[in-house]
Design a protein around this ligand. Structure first.
Ligand SMILES: CC(C)(COP(=O)(O)OP(=O)(O)OC[C@H]1O[C@@H](n2cnc3c(N)ncnc32)[C@H](O)[C@@H]1OP(=O)(O)O)[C@@H](O)C(=O)NCCC(=O)NCCS
Length: 262
């Protein structure tokens, strides 16, 4: 007979197959909870009274700002901390040309977080504050423990909108492995099942074929083109808007999780 009581529980905690089984069961329980929940039962759903609707936003378990890691099949998402600076800088420097054509320009006079450790520390603190306020959730994408990119939930709006935007990038060395679609599915699960948002939007410049492939693979719904929507690399660029709502996640979330996370 094997160990019993606390010894057995301690052994199980350190057994990776048991941990994976536990996570799978937890995810199924959560998925059932989301499917079973009626909109009107949700604490922040649009069918609540105005007073209920404008109650403080629901925060992830564990308290304000205490977002821990989101574990995928091959990747881990977790908030960046000052200790990530060297790796983050190395990846950002090496990917300068790969990334800057798809990003907003740095504002004149603002410190460059890539070259300035203090500016990176301020960036980490600002992200932490956003998590505490429930307005944004930034994550590093880690592959085999190494920093490989970022994915962010930004502009979380509560009230009747319950919506947010998702943006992402990956180190060119890791491109083409499906890491970003996997990260988007993790983010959807977090946004719909933990944050209880109702809608997520991803905006893509039409000529960004690689990013369009990400939303095609996940079959996110195309909503149309927003003209001169965002400043990217110094120009107001049209963007294709793709979205997924909680209703779609309720019917598709299990399959997306099976395809990308299990
Ligand atoms: C867009 C981006 C996030 C996709 O991430 P990813 O993890 O590589 O996504 P996928 O693995 O699903 O690959 C998507 C497409 O990239 C292309 N691709 C594949 N391998 C590649 C490689 N080694 N290098 C470059 N692109 C590659 C392919 O067209 C692929 O589609 P396919 O799988 O049907 O062949 C990534 O290319 C990136 O960071 N680009 C620069 C920043 C950016 O565009 N951000 C998004 C702004 S909306």
């Amino acid at each position: 007979m094997g160990p019993r009581g606390p010894a057995r529980r301690a052994r199980r905690r350190h057994d990776p197959s048991h941990a994976a089984r536990h996570l799978r069961h937890r995810d199924r329980r959560r998925a059932r909870r989301v499917r079973g929940a009626r909109l009107a039962d949700r604490p922040d759903g649009p069918h609540r009274t105005p007073a209920q609707r404008h109650a403080p936003a629901r925060r992830p378990r564990g308290g304000a700002g205490s977002v821990s890691a989101l574990i995928g099949r091959r990747i881990v998402l977790r908030p960046l901390v000052i200790g990530d600076f060297e790796q983050w800088r190395e990846v950002r420097r090496r990917n300068h040309d790969w990334l800057t054509k798809w990003e907003p320009q740095r504002l004149p006079g603002h410190p460059d977080a890539v070259e300035d450790r203090d500016a990176f520390a301020i960036r980490c603190s600002a992200r932490q504050r956003e998590r505490q306020l429930g307005t944004a959730y930034g994550f590093g994408i880690f592959v085999d423990g190494d920093f490989a990119g970022e994915i962010n939930i930004s502009s979380v709006q509560r009230g009747p909108f319950q919506s947010a935007y998702v943006g992402y990038w990956i180190d060119e060395r890791h491109a083409g492995q499906g890491y970003v679609p996997e990260a988007v599915v993790l983010i959807c699960r977090f946004a719909f099942e933990e944050l209880r948002l109702h809608r997520i939007q991803i905006s893509i410049i039409p000529r960004n074929d690689k990013s369009r492939r990400v939303v095609e693979k996940l079959d996110l719904r195309f909503e149309g083109i927003a003209e001169r929507y965002l400043e990217i690399n110094g120009a107001w660029e049209d963007h294709m808007r793709f979205a997924i709502t909680a209703e779609e996640w309720a019917t598709r979330g299990d399959q997306l999780s099976r395809d990308w996370l299990d």
